[in-house]
Design a binder for this molecule. Sequence first.
Ligand code: UDP
Length: 326
Amino acid sequence: MTVLITGGAGYIGGHAVLAFLDRGETPVVLDDLSTGSRSAIPSEVPFIFGDVGDTSLLLQIIEAHKIDAILHFAAKIVVPESIADPLAYYLNNTAKTRALLEAAVKGKVRYFVFSSTAAVYGNPNRATVNEETVPAPLSPYGMSKLMSEFMIRDVSAAYGQKHVILRYFNVAGADPKGRHGQSTANATHLIKVAIETALGRRPFMNIFGNDYPTPDGTCVRDYVHVSDLAYAHLLALDQLRLDGVSRTLNCGYGRGYSVREVVEAVRRVAGTNFEVRQAPRRPGDPASIIASNDQLVRLGWKPELHDLSVIVQHALAWEKSCVIRV
Ligand code: UDP
């Protein structure tokens, strides 16, 4: 039985590929290379170039590779972009997930693991959010993922498929062995932007908003190391195969850092005092969002890379190595 990873050439999907390889399993990757890169996929991994919304292609892959589980990472993930172009997000993230689910049902795929997001919670007025917190997305991105969650639950109920929905908090860092990292061009995520600025690839960076109801006025997020997150997928899938219980799980550490704290961590780790400018709030940003991760920890999740300095070190090492490879 084989696992299919959609978006396996991308940032998080690529780390999941490595996590499977590290324990001696070879997954199959489907990716349209819209943001991912072919070179990110180790040569021993079967790669199919294609679209997750192509149901007939998916059926062929499921049959040819005897796929029993799909890990669905392929998605668009930029909040401001989703506000500017919501239809692109409802097509890519929602409509294509529906097409993929149809293929999974027709192909009798038993297990479905879905990359969801803390953005489904919107701006929760509480210190930490657990999985029972009522979702209220602030952006089409969060809504596109929440709509997929509803479809996945309905599909499980109707056709007997089992699923795990993983709600990622702010994913950052890179493979500790330097094999993979975030290579997306024009990245907008905070740690990546700060590191690019530290390395002189951007003249300065902006802090979006300083009047939020948080200790220093900047937004607070729960940054989770991508390799700890990749490991959570294996754990969740193993448990799903064992007990067949569908679950929705938060993936974060339960500790928040403000934008200013992140900037200071990057300055410290990189050893450089890059320029930071204050800018207006960015639309769609909640003030603070921190995971309650009790459910994932109870399943046996043992994150090892939760120190913010370690996350920044790995991201920085990756960013430097990208230039060496060019
Ligand atoms: N942020 C910032 N400057 C940047 C990028 C991000 O101040 O150049 C802030 C952003 O407004 C948010 C936090 O950093 O408050 C995390 O944003 P990111 O885009 O990394 O992740 P999101 O929480 O939107 O998924």
